[in-house]
Each structure stands twice: as structure tokens, then as C-alpha cells.
Ligand binder design. Structure first.
Ligand code: IVH
Length: 669
């Protein structure tokens, strides 16, 4: 057999086993056997690069290269659905459909699940996935093909024998199954990262990750519910869904033809309960007119098809008594009111506490002490208070009062102008803030100091050993050993962990500092743009705002941070301890002033670096990256396929175009 034939055979086999495993849930071979076939294919592709194919099953693991998302116009607009909230409204819609269709008496309605993820449109040409596009604004969306390719249940190549049309679009919902969602959030909690509120946010966040290898790990899945083509095999929605299933797609598993209002109602009451057993989040049902001919007659309004309607499940709600309100102080000093509730069962878990977020929300709901409160879970994992049962309020109940002094340190609180947050300004004296910062500093994605967790941070603070991050580097095993829970081994682990953390790259050091507003991504962009801590400390608010992702509020917060002598002292000690205070020279370049005074617009696509990298390079070399061309623009970094309107504007204003090569020469790369 020629290598080309073996490669083709392996790909066919691997695709078939992928489908058996991820779509049909009935594997024929073990994971090990699958891996062996995959390895053989990888080896052959390596030996015969001419046989490589971007849609080969070997390319499902994603890549670490950062990608940018090009935007394209949808072939057909992605509309939304009109919502209803009761069976009566659904009945009314069926009546309207009947009236609009007039003389066509037989109307079949398809009932489906409404999946609560993020919608996707896939374009196939000659059986090959050519593009995956997000909904975007309905007219234009982001091309996210690389991330979508990592979803194993999505076929990349569909053999002609399946009977698929040569050209079609298929739409569905990308979802993060509950199990994968819980796993992801558990890991994020350990890493000290913000949790995703629901699987929908997690799915859309994952789809927009720049690193497709990371997306691949999260375990997305997809269900499809709509096929569009000029050559559909059947004249009904139901039959086309079944056809697409036979082409290899994981189609909506809940699909029923309903021929009477009674059946529609039965379908609703059945799935309102049964949906909780599904592995993915759902927020309702969708009803569609089955006949494509009738769909055509009904047409669309500006926003949605007349031939379909969504029915939203009522959010799960419980009523319970407010026992007391406590106030928690976060790492940034923000005060969060938390309702302590009489325990109540809600969507399978017992709820005892619910965040009330901030004072404005407490005021808006006018919550009184001892009130009976409505608690909802909906798609959110964190329960939310949505209202008060006024009928049950005690006549002498008084409104919940918000603390005026910090519950931890007694300092008078301040309200942040223009924001709902109330803050304790005693940054360096308020214990939960100090402990919160230490906890953050040692977290996995920050300095990753083994041996210090949430409780240890508190213990070290209480023992008077650690008040600021720099104190961690002065710790000796003898000081730790007397503490409860510590032995020689765990004490050594902390000291060794601190030593090890001195290798952590500069960008993570910036993130670890707890500068308000500076999250992981911003820290990375700042590190790349400035190169070292001295430069960062010297920048003015205006200069900082030239860095991508840094707006006026973050810029001011950085300036304020470095203006405080306590932060400076801590930083000097961290530097003396040997932490990384500059970007490593090997994989990151040093900045220069080569582009000082320049205002550069980036346009088109590039071969050597991603757009984001070019933005960072412009900042790194003293220039400013701006979004649109104006009289102030000094140059355009022009890649392939620069848009015609931009080109015209640049020409009319006489702004020079720099090619990718020109640009790299200027910055000396
Ligand atoms: S049909 C032309 N079917 O709901 C309308 N949509 O609220 C085509 N969705 O953007 C949509 N499950 O993301 C359809 N079974 C289902 C669905 C579904 C979830 C989402 C979809 C759409 C949104 C509209």
C-alpha cells in the first residue's frame, strides 16, 4: 500500500471511530487502539509532509500559537427566536401560524430542546469543513475554525457516500457539558481565577481562546438543529435533521413531530422535568413548523422567523427567610453583602447563602431584616436574590442597613464614584485585604508557591510572619515549624516553593502584585509592552493608556500603585530577593524607541506574527497602535488583503504603508 493510501485509510478509520465514540457513544475499539492508529498517522504525516491536511484527525489537538479572529459576513443572517413563557402563548403562536397559512390545514410542529450555549454556523464545501463562524451581531461573526476543529463530535470531512449536499451550512449550539464545566471551575478556583457563572459563558469564552490547544482541553461539545442549503434532501425540517444525523453530526437528541395543541402541551410538561437529566444546560424548548414549504410562506420578521418560536422554562425559584446579612471584605477592599438564609432546596442543592453583590441592589430590592426572599438559580451556579415576598413582611421590620465601617478593621467605608462598589480604603492595615493579596500572590497562576494555600496565608499573617508578599521570601523553616499543622517537611516545602518561584516570568509577577484592574491578560500585555519594572514605574497614565487593554481607570490605578511608598518598598525587597523584574531576553525582545511618536494602524493579515503580537511590538518600540485611520496616523502596517476602503483612505491622506518586512526591519527583528 502506498503511504498516500494508508494515510487516507487511517483518516477514514479515525473519523469513523471518533463518530462512534463522541456522537454515538458506542466505541468499537479501546482508547489505546485509537491512539495507536493516531500515532501511525502522525508518523506518516511527518515523513510525508506533502500528504498533510489541515482537516486530518491529527489536527484536533489544537495549537499553542496565538490566533486572531477574522470577521466575516454570514451567508444567511443568523436571527434570533421570539420568546414565549407559557403554554398559552405557544398555543396562540400555533393559531397565528394557522391563520397566516390560511388554506393549508395540515400543520405539523416539531418540538426541540433549546440548548443554552453559544450558537455556531459551520460551512461545508465538498464535504470539508471550511469555516466555523460565531453568531456575532447576526450579520457578521468571528471565524473560530481552529477552536471548533478541536470538538471531536464535529465531523471535519464527510464522505460523499453519506449523501450530503456538496455545499451546505449547518447551525447549532456549542456547549460545555455540566461535567466539563464543573471540572473547569474547580480548576479555576484552585488557580485563583474568576469562576464562570454558567456553562454558556464558559462555552463562549472557550470558543474565543487564542490558544486552541487550551480550548481542546476544556471538552466542548456541540448539538446541531438547523441545516441550510440550496440542495436539501428533504422537504421537511424533521427529515433534514435526521439526514444530517446520518452525515455524522450530533443532532438535537430531542426532536418530536407534534400534531395537536394537546401534544405540544404534553411535550412542554414532560421536558420541563426531564431536561434536568441532560448532560448539557438547556433554557427552553423550540417549536418549528415542519414543512419547509410552509416555512417559506411564513417567512421572517426583521428579527426572527415566523415559523419558529422559543418557549423559555421558568427559572427555578425558592422562597426562604433572611436570617442575617454579613459583610465580606475582598482582596481589593470591596465590601460584599451576603445574605444568610434559612437553608432551602433549589435545583438539587441546599442554599444557605447568597451574594447580594452591592448596596445598590439591596436598596433596589428594598430588603428588610427577616424578609422572605425569592432565590433563583436559573443558569447561574451562584444563587441570586431576585425579590421579596412583601405579604410576609413583619410590620416592625426595618430595612437592612449597610455597614458604614469596615467589618474587619473598623475604617469608615467609601463609595466609589460612578460605581456601585463600597470599599474599605485601609489597604495596608485591613487583615482580609492583606491576607487576600498574599493568597493571590502565591496562587498557581501567579507565583505558584507550593505549600501555601488559603488557610496557610491566614495562619502566616496571624502569626505575624507575613504582612506583605516580600515577607514570604524571608521565611525560614525554623519559623514555620512551631505553627500548627507544620512539620519539617511542610516547612521546607514552603521555603523551597518560594525559592522556585523566583523563576516565574515577569508577566506573572505583575499579575501577582494585585494592582487593582490588572488581571492576567492585562499583566501579560503590560509586561510585553514595557519589558521591565523600571520602565513600568516611570510611565505616566497617558503613556500607559497606549498599551492594549489599558484604559484610563487601569492606567490611573497603576500610577497610584507605584506612587505608594509601601508598594515601592515591597517591590524593592522582591527585587532584592531575586524575582524576575524584566521580560526574559530569549523569547521576548527588548524594547526600543524606534517607533517613538508614531501612530500606527494595523490592517490585513500577517505571516510572521499575529495581530496582537504586532500591537505589542508597536508599543514595545515606543509607538502607539490606533484602531482607525485619521489625519494623526503616521503609518499603516499593511499585511495581505488590506480592506479597499482603508487603502483608499490611507492614500487620500497620504499616509505611508509599511509592509510586514519593512516594519520588522525598522524594529530590528
Ligand atoms: S433555531 C432562525 N433551534 O437560540 C432561528 N435555535 O434565541 C434559528 N438555540 O441563536 C434558531 N437551541 O443559538 C434553534 N433547537 C434550537 C435551538 C436554538 C438553542 C439558540 C440559538 C439561537 C437562539 C435564539
Amino acid at each position: 500500500m502506498t503511504p498516500a493510501n494508508r494515510v487516507a485509510e487511517l483518516r477514514r478509520e479515525l473519523n469513523r471511530h471518533n463518530h462512534l465514540y463522541y456522537v454515538l457513544n458506542s466505541p468499537e475499539i479501546s482508547d489505546r487502539e485509537f491512539d495507536m492508529l493516531l500515532k501511525e498517522l502522525e508518523q506518516l504525516e511527518k515523513e510525508h509532509p506533502e500528504l498533510d491536511d489541515p482537516l486530518s484527525p491529527t489536527h484536533r489537538v489544537g495549537s499553542d500559537l496565538s490566533q486572531t479572529f477574522e470577521q466575516v459576513e454570514h451567508q444567511r443572517a443568523m436571527l434570533s427566536l421570539a420568546n414565549t413563557y407559557s403554554t398559552d402563548e405557544v398555543d396562540k403562536w400555533v393559531g397565528q401560524v394557522r391563520a397566516l397559512l390560511g388554506d393549508q390545514p395540515d400543520i405539523v410542529i416539531d418540538g426541540e430542546m433549546k440548548f443554552d450555549g453559544t450558537s455556531i454556523s459551520l460551512i461545508y464545501e465538498n464535504g470539508r469543513l471550511v469555516r466555523a463562524v460565531t453568531r456575532g451581531d447576526g450579520t457578521r461573526g468571528d471565524v473560530v475554525t481552529e477552536n471548533v476543529k478541536t470538538i471531536r463530535s464535529i465531523p471535519l470531512v464527510i464522505p460523499e457516500e453519506t449523501g450530503r449536499p456538496d455545499s451546505f451550512e449547518i447551525r447549532g449550539e456549542i456547549l460545555l457539558p455540566w461535567e466539563a464545566f464543573d471540572r473547569l471551575n474547580r480548576r479555576r478556583e484552585l488557580d485563583g481565577e474568576p469562576l464562570f457563572a454558567n456553562p454558556r459563558n464558559a462555552a463562549s469564552g472557550t470558543l474565543k481562546l487564542q490558544n486552541s490547544a487550551e480550548a481542546a482541553e476544556r471538552g466542548l461539545d456541540a448539538y446541531f438543529y438547523y441545516v441550510l442549503s440550496d440542495n436539501l434532501p428533504f422537504a421537511t425540517h424533521f427529515d433534514n435533521i435526521k439526514a444530517a444525523e446520518s452525515w455524522g453530526f450530533k443532532m438535537t437528541p430531542v426532536l418530536r413531530r407534534l400534531s395537536s395543541i394537546a401534544e405540544v402541551e404534553e411535550f412542554i410538561s414532560y421536558w420541563d422535568v426531564e431536561r434536568k437529566r441532560l448532560p448539557v444546560a438547556t433554557d427552553g424548548l423550540v417549536f418549528k413548523v415542519d414543512s419547509l414549504h410552509q416555512q417559506l410562506n411564513l417567512g421572517f420578521t426583521a428579527k426572527s422567523p415566523r415559523w419558529a418560536i422559543a418557549y423559555k422554562f421558568p427559572a427555578e425559584r425558592a422562597l426562604t427567610r433572611l436570617r442575617s446579612v454579613s459583610f465580606e471584605v475582598g482582596r481589593m477592599g470591596i465590601i460584599t453583602p451576603v445574605a444568610n438564609l434559612e437553608p432551602v432546596l433549589l435545583s438539587g442543592t441546599i442554599v444557605k447563602r447568597a451574594s447580594m453583590h452591592n448596596e445598590d441592589i439591596v436598596r433596589k430590592l428594598d430588603i428588610h431584616n427577616g424578609d422572605m426572599l425569592y432565590v433563583e438559580k436559573g443558569g447561574e451556579i451562584i444563587p441570586k436574590i431576585t425579590g421579596v415576598d412583601l405579604k410576609q413582611r413583619q410590620p416592625d421590620a426595618r430595612p437592612v442597613s449597610f455597614v458604614t465601617r469596615c467589618p474587619a478593621c473598623g475604617t469608615p467605608l467609601v463609595k466609589v464614584e460612578g460605581e456601585a462598589a463600597t470599599v474599605c480604603p485601609n489597604k495596608y492595615g485591613c487583615p482580609p485585604q492583606i491576607v487576600g493579596r498574599i493568597e493571590h500572590f502565591v496562587g498557581r497562576r501567579m507565583m505558584n508557591i507550593d505549600g501555601i494555600g488559603e488557610e496557610t496565608a491566614r495562619q502566616l499573617y496571624d502569626a505575624g510572619l507575613v504582612h506583605s508578599s516580600a515577607d514570604i521570601y524571608d521565611l525560614r523553616p525554623q519559623q514555620l515549624m512551631p505553627l500548627e499543622g507544620f512539620g519539617p517537611r511542610s516547612a521546607n516545602r514552603v521555603v523551597e516553593g518560594a525559592e522556585e518561584s523566583k523563576k516565574v516570568p515577569f508577566q506573572r509577577v505583575i499579575y501577582a502584585l494585585s494592582i487593582p484592574g490588572v488581571g492576567e491578560t492585562t499583566a501579560k500585555k503590560i509586561a510585553r509592552a514595557v519589558g521591565n519594572i523600571d520602565k513600568l514605574m516611570a510611565l505616566t497614565s497617558e503613556q500607559l493608556q497606549a498599551i492594549e487593554d489599558v484604559g484610563p481607570a487601569i492606567a490611573d490605578s497603576i500610577v497610584e500603585y507605584f506612587a505608594d511608598s509601601r508598594n515601592l518598598e515591597n517591590l524593592m525587597r522582591l527585587r532584592a530577593a531575586g524575582l524576575q523584574m524584566e521580560v526574559e531576553q530569549t523569547d521576548e525582545q527588548q524594547g526600543s524607541d524606534a517607533l517613538a511618536g508614531q501612530s500606527i494602524v494595523i490592517s490585513g493579515t500577517f505571516a510572521r506574527h499575529s495581530r496582537d503580537e504586532y500591537k505589542a511590538l508597536i508599543e514595545l518600540h515606543g509607538g502607539k497602535n490606533v484602531g482607525s485611520i485619521s489625519k494623526k496616523t503616521t503609518a499603516i502596517l499593511a499585511g495581505e488583503n488590506m480592506g479597499p476602503s482603508k487603502l483608499e483612505k490611507a492614500n487620500s491622506l497620504g499616509i505611508p504603508l509599511l509592509s510586514e518586512e519593512d516594519f520588522l526591519k525598522i524594529i530590528g527583528e
